[in-house]
Design a protein around this ligand. Structure first.
Ligand code: AMP
Ligand code: MG
Length: 352
């Protein structure tokens, strides 16, 4: 156990003292959790190999799942990547700072712990003022995966980081809720065609608007047998209770679910239901039923912002099972669907 310092930080005008403290700890080889616009990250200097190893230990992260290197300005990319194709320059100009991670060939000088032994490296510039200012003061590339215990929902609140990592890391900078709520889009630029390994806030449509129509390969996340990103083979974002995801016609799903929920709550079971505001009227207030709203169906950004917090709330309430109504797979809805799919461990039922 180590003493974890927890500092509250203003998300838009971060306090000098907190930033300097974070930068000093990172430069000395300590671990600092900090907010980004996607989720909280757990950072260590890429040049402190022992510290990078400690990230894996603190999270319980499998050693073959590489980390994302965070930079404060895109020019630093030359320090990390061995090749910088024209496409990377274009994308960086458009989307950085922002929720897009690029996979590029790695430089030999980058310690292999960061890339989990792969010849490639994941890189991004985050758009959160606290992350950017911390990185600027640290003046070093910072390796940072999400600041949660491996397998748990990613942290979108400082309190989530405290719950998972207090006693294991030096500092938590708590700036309240993150903006986007889901992890960055991961785009592989080392394949012949750029391909999305993980969908996120920067959508396929947004990438093709820059690279050209048909130039980007869509995510193939439902094929679990041969994972594209090393992280894809692990069960992710999992609350303690089993989660079942329902796809298909909304009215039919709701009628079907109501029957199950009536039966199960009648038998004294606690059930968590993740659905949209419009679905609320289809479910009466029942003892044992917790309705968790993903917001308006037409606004997947709302579902993205809420999802991980709601999965953690399900654990807090102690539900025995979670049922989730699938979001429309358009725009950021694709990323929300991806995280729900992963939380379900492939437990998906189509209602026709
Ligand atoms: P996290 O920061 O916890 O969201 O995890 C980073 C994600 O990026 C994981 O899914 C990794 O598998 C993926 N990733 C990191 N580096 C690479 C790489 N070199 N090639 C492919 N995927 C990567
Ligand atoms: Mg993660």
């Amino acid at each position: 156990m180590i003493m974890t310092e927890i500092l509250k930080v203003n998300p838009t005008a971060p306090e000098e003292e907190a930033l300097n403290r974070g930068a000093a700890i990172l430069r000395q080889g300590g671990l600092v959790a900090f907010p980004t616009e996607t989720v909280y990250g757990l950072g260590a200097s890429v040049y402190h190999q022992e510290s990078v190893k400690r990230i894996f230990i603190a999270k319980g992260r499998p050693g073959d799942n590489p980390l994302i290197v965070h930079l404060y300005q895109w020019e630093q990319i030359a320090e990390i990547a061995a090749e910088i194709p024209e496409r990377a320059v274009l994308l960086a100009r458009h989307f950085w700072p922002g929720p897009l991670t690029l996979i590029l060939p790695k430089k030999d000088s980058l310690p292999s712990e960061v890339s989990a032994g792969l010849p490639t490296v994941a890189i991004r510039v985050p758009a959160h003022p606290v992350a950017l200012e911390l990185l600027r003061r640290t003046q070093l590339p910072v390796a940072a995966p999400s600041a949660n215990l491996s397998g748990r929902p990613s942290p979108t609140r400082g309190s989530h980081v405290v719950a998972d990592l207090k006693g294991k890391i030096e500092l938590i900078l708590d700036a309240g809720p993150t903006g986007m709520g889901l992890e960055s889009t991961v785009l592989d630029l080392t394949s012949v065609r750029p391909r999305i390994l993980r969908p996120g806030g920067v959508t396929l449509e947004m990438l093709e608007a820059v690279l050209g129509a048909g130039e980007v390969e869509a995510p193939q996340f439902t094929k679990c047998d041969r994972p594209l990103a090393p992280g894809m083979k692990y069960r992710h974002y999992a609350p303690q209770a089993p989660l079942r995801l329902y796809t298909g016609d909304r009215d039919k799903i709701n009628r079907y679910l109501l029957k199950i929920i009536l039966r199960e709550t009648g038998a004294g079971k606690k059930i968590g239901l993740l659905a949209f505001e419009e679905d609320r009227k289809d479910f009466p207030d029942l003892p044992g039923l917790s309705f968790f709203s993903l917001g308006e169906r037409a606004n997947p950004a709302e579902a993205a912002e809420r999802l991980f917090n709601l999965l953690r709330l399900c654990d807090e309430v102690g539900v025995a099972a979670i049922y989730a109504v699938a979001p429309p797979r358009v725009g950021v809805g694709e990323a929300v669907f991806n995280r729900l799919w992963k939380a379900s461990g492939g437990n998906v039922e189509e209602i026709k």
